[in-house]
Design a binder for this molecule. Structure first.
Ligand SMILES: O=C(O)CCC(=O)C(=O)O
Ligand SMILES: [Fe+2]
Length: 393
């Protein structure tokens, strides 16, 4: 999903949303539809859209867009505003995206209206029962110092901290098991979390969308604004939340990959297992995703239940084989449509990609070497010239 799509699409949609051409008497004139105001009303307090079940647009986009509504819409009912804004936002989607979105919505609605949850209390955010007190305190204090007090940064850009209460982890695994049993008994076909995990489930598909949106908005965004501001973390606006599962008759390991996310939260839920270490191999842009790692980029990490790891989605990583037991993790891929749009227009070296940095350094060295060579040559010529002119006099 991307909020603003390719440049030509965007231009087309934007002009559709703001003005239309009326032909009459051989002349054409522009009629302003007033669907949005160019300048936001910053004094207006937008509604909360946390619970919105939009497949494409996060609550953040609706909140920002609300400030651009025409004045007669600003105080309309929330439902009316949602309908109005969805109508405008949908113009930014391709027919294929709209179709996929509609299918996904129907699929989710079907599951949600039939699946009986086992632990209803998990489906709405209860910070004090979900999180350990130290994590909550750090988020409430909301400063880089308070975050760093509870986090370690064992390798650049990778943060580890205790996050979830043991009881919450237990209940989430039990809810996931219950869902798996239901899927099996009802012979429902479900989507797996991604192309690489063949087990596990998408939490957003069976009722967790609102809770996970809140998890991202209130508990991950404060961290990502500080630690990943330059790489999309400043404006995360959608998520993909899922469970992965390894062990006997399940996935064994996960090969080296990058996530479809700007920021990834990976929390180990349990249970008892050996092996399953995470391994990291440095950040790479799209162009350099398959290049070699440098020794300083190689980093392995042992995860334990309740422990969270936060990393950039383009930080290459994987999970080693789970040798024994059952390993279950909660993954939240957090995305920024604004950042993705900006990236499309960025050319040349990428400041965070290890290979771009290496290429840049190499070019700098070549440039310096060439400059040195030229200056040596110039000095040599000057000397020779001086010598010759001395001899001639
Ligand atoms: O198994 C893990 O902990 C890693 C999972 C992961 O990287 C992913 O699903 O994207
Ligand atoms: Fe991953």
């Amino acid at each position: 999903m991307s909020f603003l799509r390719s440049s030509s699409d965007r231009r087309k949609s934007a002009s559709k949303a703001t003005r239309s051409t009326v032909r009459g008497g051989g002349k054409s004139k522009i009629v302003v539809n007033q669907r949005l105001q160019l300048n936001p009303d910053n004094n207006h307090q937008p509604e909360s859209y946390e619970d919105l079940k939009s497949n494409h647009f996060g609550p953040w986009i609706f909140r920002e867009l609300e400030k651009h509504l025409p004045s007669n819409m600003l105080n309309a009912s929330r439902d009316k505003k949602v309908k109005y804004m969805s109508g405008i936002l949908d113009e930014y989607l391709s027919p294929a995206e709209r179709f996929r979105g509609q299918k996904q919505k129907e699929f989710r609605q079907k599951i949600i209206s039939n699946y009986p949850p086992l632990h209803k209390e998990l489906y709405t955010m209860h910070p004090t029962t979900f999180f350990v007190p130290e994590f909550l305190r750090a988020i409430n204090d909301n400063t880089e110092d308070s975050f760093r007090r509870i986090m370690s940064e064992p390798a650049p850009g990778i943060f580890a901290f205790e996050m979830l209460q043991p009881r919450f982890c237990e209940l989430l695994i039990s809810e996931f098991d219950n869902f798996e049993r239901w899927v099996h008994d009802q012979k429902v076909r479900v989507m797996r979390p991604n192309t690489m995990n063949h087990y596990g489930a998408v939490l957003d598909d069976f009722g967790f969308q609102t809770m996970l949106a809140k998890l991202m908005e209130d508990f991950i965004c404060p961290l990502s604004k500080v630690f990943y501001a330059e790489t999309g973390g400043a404006n995360l606006d959608s998520h993909h939340g899922f469970i992965v599962e390894y062990g006997n008759n399940r996935d064994v390991d996960l090969g080296l990959h990058v996530d479809d996310s700007e920021v990834t939260l990976n929390v180990c839920l349990g249970t008892k297992f050996s092996g399953g270490d995470l391994f990291f191999r440095g950040m790479r842009c799209e162009k350099h995703v398959n290049t070699e790692s440098r020794s300083e980029e190689i980093f392995d990490y042992s995860h334990f239940p309740g422990q969270a790891v936060l990393h950039h989605g383009r930080h290459r990583h994987g999970a080693r084989a789970t040798i024994s037991g059952h390993r279950v993790n909660l993954l939240l891929w957090c995305r920024s449509s604004v950042y993705r749009e900006i990236r499309k227009y960025q050319k040349g070296f990428c400041s965070w990609c290890g290979e771009c940095k290496r290429e840049k350094e190499e070019r700098m060295h070549t440039l310096i070497d060439n400059t040195k060579l030229v200056s040596h040559y110039v000095i040599f010529i000057l000397h020779a010239h001086a010598l010759l002119s001395r001899k001639m006099t």
